[in-house]
Design a protein around this ligand. Structure first.
Ligand code: PGA
Length: 248
């Protein structure tokens, strides 16, 4: 048996409309989903309420970003309190598109992590190296530094899932090999063991993201330290069901 509950997040990004997301929701609601897998769909903020109202309760919902305070004069932002008010229990933070398209710093991501956890919102915290960093042999330094900023802002790890998403694998069709994913996940767990605690290292789910598909998910899911996935493109398709069921 696996020690940690398998966790599969879908990241819809800025895709879909009520019609197409409604169809996807119907597919998920009527699918046979592995009981031992926790499933969360990351909806665009304007559809969070729609997703939560229509998805079956066995499927969680996540926001894709939020701000670091509960309310105020921050035009265009949403707060953890608002996300919770829509019945949504998770947020994705630090996604590479937030870091690299919108220029979010490690510091801001850390502040968001702290405030979300204080607000009792679960956090899917994303980290990952760029291609040039991998090629320069600095993958470990990059992901450890990103993880440290997150860890410095976490008191209770029970609400945190760590998502390792190599930037070069996101949306490129170039998935990390099972061995590449396992190598980084194992090192991240070792970092948690050395810098946080054995209990946290043993219990925190470390999920992989970057071009996960129905075709490659089973081999990735069989790796000892891969505890699930964060899925972009394939989470908008019926094959997301096969990815959820990768370990069944
Ligand atoms: P992808 O995206 O599955 O389309 O590569 C993953 C992600 O960005 O979370």
């Amino acid at each position: 048996m696996f020690a940690r509950k398998f966790f599969v997040g879908g990241n819809w990004k800025m895709n879909g409309d009520k019609e197409s997301l409604g169809e996807l929701i119907m597919t998920l609601n009527t699918a046979s989903l592995h009981d031992e897998t926790e499933v969360v769909c990351g909806a665009p903020s304007i559809y969070l309420d729609y997703a939560r109202s229509n998805l079956d309760q066995r499927i969680g919902v996540a926001a894709q970003n939020c701000y670091k305070v509960s309310k105020g004069a921050f035009t265009g932002e949403i707060s953890p309190a608002m996300i919770k008010d829509c019945g949504v229990d998770w947020v994705i933070l630090g996604h590479s598109e937030r870091r690299h398209v919108f220029g979010e710093s490690d510091e801001l991501i850390g502040q968001k992590v702290a405030h979300c956890l204080e607000s009792d919102l679960g956090v899917i915290a994303c980290i990952g190296e760029k291609l040039e960093e991998r090629e320069a042999g600095t993958t470990e330094d990059v992901v450890f530094a990103q993880t440290k900023v997150i860890a410095d802002n976490v008191k209770d790890w029970s609400g945190v899932v760590l998502a390792y998403e190599p930037v070069w694998a996101i949306g490129t069709g170039r998935t990390a090999s099972p061995a590449q994913a396992q190598e980084v996940h194992e090192k991240l767990r070792g970092w948690l063991r050395a810098n946080v605690s054995d209990a946290v290292a043993d219990s925190v789910r470390i999920i992989y993201g970057g071009s996960v598909t129905a075709a490659n998910c089973k081999e990735l899911a069989a790796q000892a330290d891969v505890d699930g996935f964060l899925v972009g493109g394939a989470s908008l398709k019926p094959e997301f069901v096969d990815i959820i069921n990768a370990r069944s």
